[in-house]
Ligand binder design. Structure first.
Ligand code: ZN
Length: 106
């Protein structure tokens, strides 16, 4: 198969897996949370294997350390660090922190 087509399929799979991961994270049961991490892990493996980038807005929601799909109030806490425009710090339940830079309003 053509390389481009393979990458497209890989990309679609990554998006779908992360969609499912979000669903499972929101269900918030022990079993669904296990699936959630598995989906994120798979998506990251596909991304690495086919060298397809995970879209930035989705990547921001993934914990690098434990493959959590971060949802504030469920598995991460968010605080704002002041500044102009400042940034958000999402702290995953595993302790890893993620910075999300805010865009300045024009
Ligand atoms: Zn984590």
């Amino acid at each position: 198969m053509e390389n481009k087509v393979v990458k497209e399929i890989a990309f679609e799979r990554i998006k779908r897996l992360l969609e499912l991961a979000e669903e499972k994270a929101r269900e918030n049961t022990e079993y669904s949370r296990m699936l959630e991490k598995r989906y994120v892990k798979l998506a990251r493996e596909i991304s690495a294997h086919y060298r397809v980038k995970i879209p930035k807005e989705l990547k921001q929601k993934i914990c690098k350390k434990c493959n959590n799909f971060l949802i504030p109030g469920i598995n991460c806490s968010v605080r704002k660090v002041s500044g102009n425009p400042g940034y958000l710090v999402c702290k995953c339940e595993c302790g890893a922190e993620k910075k999300i830079f805010l865009r300045a309003k024009l």
